[in-house]
Design a protein around this ligand. Structure first.
Ligand code: SF4
Ligand code: SF4
Length: 308
């Protein structure tokens, strides 16, 4: 479609990935747009590059041959080649990306780049035939998309109202209700991540309380938009009987009927290393999946399990 750019199409934000042919974040075949920035810092986060609001350098040490080609590219003197390999002064690095093309081994990448609504729309519209044939569309995920609220609003307007695509928001709902409410007319589905019912435990494992999240959940269930609650099932955090019972009680009392369990995984472990961040949970732990299914079924919830 040829048309002039609106203010909305010019609106820009920071995105760290767009994945096409996604099958797990809403109905049909989807394109998933990942926004950068999140008000939570969940200890199990599978996308640690999503948490910060700015671009970040990722360095995949296992691919590095310690050739030193990238060192001279850095005007900030953030790179040092020593006997034990390459070192990065992350305080000096401004994620400019100038060193990336100097690496022939793909050991360096920048996570996060600016994109306009128009650019994202043009990219995902290339898949509209697949969306139509499969009943799919576009999912906005993150990070937390609501953290870039004006960018999200403009993007949903464009994709839902202008392009006529099915839109889905994958959110932890950590935002003031009016921010979330403003998005609803431009959404077909909300995937609502609720991680724990107890405020203190939520704060301890995610860095923030959940009072606003639970309040938003109560309001969302009254909205006409289709809703699916998702529970990231994390060992020793929310897979205990007490946690699951509290969860079942809250969902039944609030009026939710469907829940998708997302079992703990460590697929993002290499990204922690690439960002120079510590990972503080045991990599080999297994959540109590069948116990969780049994408890939530007892509360009359229709339970599905997310497969990675
Ligand atoms: S991203 Fe820029 S500042 Fe960071 S190491 Fe590379 S060249 Fe230096
Ligand atoms: S250019 Fe690539 S392989 Fe060479 S030292 Fe830098 S990161 Fe390592």
């Amino acid at each position: 479609m040829n048309r002039g750019l609106t203010w909305a199409a010019d609106t820009a934000g920071i995105v760290f990935d767009i994945q096409h042919f996604s099958l797990h974040d809403g109905p049909g075949v989807r394109s998933t747009v990942f926004f950068k920035g999140c008000p939570l810092s969940c200890r199990w986060c599978g996308n640690p590059e999503s948490q910060g609001t700015r671009a970040q350098l990722m360095y995949f040490q296992h691919l590095c041959a310690a050739c030193g080609n990238c060192v001279s590219a850095c005007a900030r003197h953030a790179l040092f080649l020593e006997k034990d390999g390459l070192h990065i002064d992350r305080d000096a690095c401004v994620a400019c990306g100038k060193c990336v093309p100097y690496c022939q081994r793909g050991a360096r990448a920048i996570s996060g780049h600016g994109m306009s609504v128009h650019e994202i729309s043009a990219e995902v519209r290339q898949h509209w035939r697949i969306f139509q044939q499969s009943g799919g569309g576009v999912t906005v995920s993150g990070g937390e998309p609501l953290a870039q609220k004006d960018f999200l609003y403009a993007l949903l307007q464009e994709l839902h109202d202008e392009a006529g695509l099915h839109t889905c928001l994958d959110t932890c709902a950590k935002a003031p209700w009016p921010v979330l409410e403003r998005m609803l007319p431009h959404l077909d589905l909300v995937l609502l991540d609720i991680k724990h019912i107890d405020d203190a435990t939520h704060r301890q494992w995610t860095g923030a309380g959940n009072a606003d999240i639970l309040l938003n959940a109560r309001k969302l269930v009254e909205s006409p938009v289709e809703m699916l609650v998702r529970l990231p099932l994390i060992p020793n955090f929310n897979d205990t009987d007490d946690s699951l019972i509290a969860f079942g009680n809250f969902l039944r009392e609030t009026g939710f009927r469907n829940i998708e369990i997302m079992p703990y995984h460590t697929l993002g472990l290499s990204k922690y290393r690439a960002l120079g961040k510590a990972y503080t949970l045991p990599p080999k732990a297994e959540p109590r999946l069948s116990a969780a299914i049994d408890v939530l079924n007892d509360y009359g919830l229709d339970v599905t399990v997310h497969r990675h």
